[in-house]
Write a protein that binds this ligand. Structure first.
Ligand SMILES: [Zn+2]
Length: 238
C-alpha cells in the first residue's frame, strides 16, 4: 500500500475519533438542526478552485471582518453534516499562535474551508512543513497563505533575546533561533522583522519539493500577508 494511502486513512481515523469525542455535542445539536434545517450557504461546487479564486474569497471574507459585516458562513449543523465524510478546503493558512489572529474569524470562513497551521511567529520546521504540505499535495488545495501579524509577541521576545544575547527558557529559544536571520536584516525594528520573517517563510515554502512543481503549473500559489490587529485588515506582502 502506498504511504499516502496509509496517511489518508490515519487522518480519516483521526477525524472519526474526533467525531466520537464530540458525539454528545453533535446529538444535542441535532434537534436544533431539525428545527432550523437551513441549507449551508455555500454548496461544495462553489469551492474556489484556483489560487486566484481562493485568494479573492479570503479577501472578501476579510473585508466583511474589517467592516463588521461577517456572515460566519459554514458554521451551522448543515455544514457539519456536509463535511462529515469528506473535506476539501480551499486554502492553507499558516499563522501565529496569537489568540487575536484566528484565521477562521479573520477570513470569515467556517468548517471545512481552511487548513490552519499555527506556530509562534509562524516559524517553520520539517514537521510544520509536512502539515502545510498535506492539503496541496493530497487534496489539491490551491493556496497557501503565510500570515504574519502586527505586534507579534513571539517576534518581540525573540528580538529582545537576540539583542541582549540572553537565551529564552526551554524551547522558546528555538523560536528565537529561527528568527535570527530576520532579526539581523531588520535592524532591530520589530514590525520590519515580522514582515521579513513572513516573506522568508513564503520563500522557503515555495522551494518545497511538493510545492515547487505545483506552483510551476499554476495549480498552487504561496503568498505572504500581514494582519493588522488594530483594523483587522489583511494586506498582501508578497
Ligand atoms: Zn505572533
Amino acid at each position: 500500500m502506498p504511504n499516502h494511502m496509509i496517511n489518508r486513512r490515519a487522518l480519516l481515523r483521526a477525524g472519526i475519533v474526533t467525531g466520537g469525542l464530540l458525539t454528545g455535542v453533535a446529538s444535542a445539536g441535532t434537534a436544533a438542526f431539525a428545527r432550523t434545517a437551513q441549507p449551508s450557504n455555500t454548496a461544495p461546487d462553489q469551492r474556489p478552485a484556483t489560487p486566484a479564486e481562493a485568494w479573492a474569497t479570503l479577501r472578501e471574507g476579510n473585508r466583511r471582518w474589517v467592516d463588521g459585516t461577517a456572515t460566519h458562513p459554514h458554521q451551522d449543523a448543515a455544514r457539519r453534516k456536509e463535511v462529515a465524510e469528506k473535506q476539501d478546503p480551499f486554502a492553507v493558512v499558516f499563522s501565529c499562535i496569537d489568540s487575536r489572529v484566528a484565521p477562521e474569524l479573520v477570513f470569515d470562513t467556517g468548517l471545512g474551508d481552511l487548513f490552519v497551521v499555527r506556530t509562534a511567529a509562524q516559524t517553520i520546521d520539517p514537521l510544520v512543513t509536512g502539515a502545510a504540505e498535506y492539503g496541496p499535495a493530497e487534496l489539491g488545495t490551491p493556496l497557501v497563505v503565510v500570515l504574519g501579524h502586527q505586534r507579534c509577541g513571539a517576534v518581540t521576545a525573540a528580538a529582545e533575546s537576540l539583542h541582549d544575547h540572553k537565551k529564552l527558557p526551554g524551547e522558546l529559544d528555538t523560536i528565537a533561533s529561527a528568527l535570527r536571520s530576520a532579526y539581523k536584516r531588520s535592524g532591530g525594528d520589530v514590525d520590519k522583522m515580522i514582515r521579513i520573517n513572513t516573506i522568508d517563510v513564503v520563500k522557503q515554502l515555495k522551494k518545497d519539493k511538493l510545492f515547487a512543481p505545483r506552483i510551476a503549473k499554476g495549480r498552487l500559489k504561496v503568498i505572504g500577508a500581514y494582519y493588522s490587529i488594530d483594523t483587522g485588515e489583511v494586506t498582501r506582502l508578497v
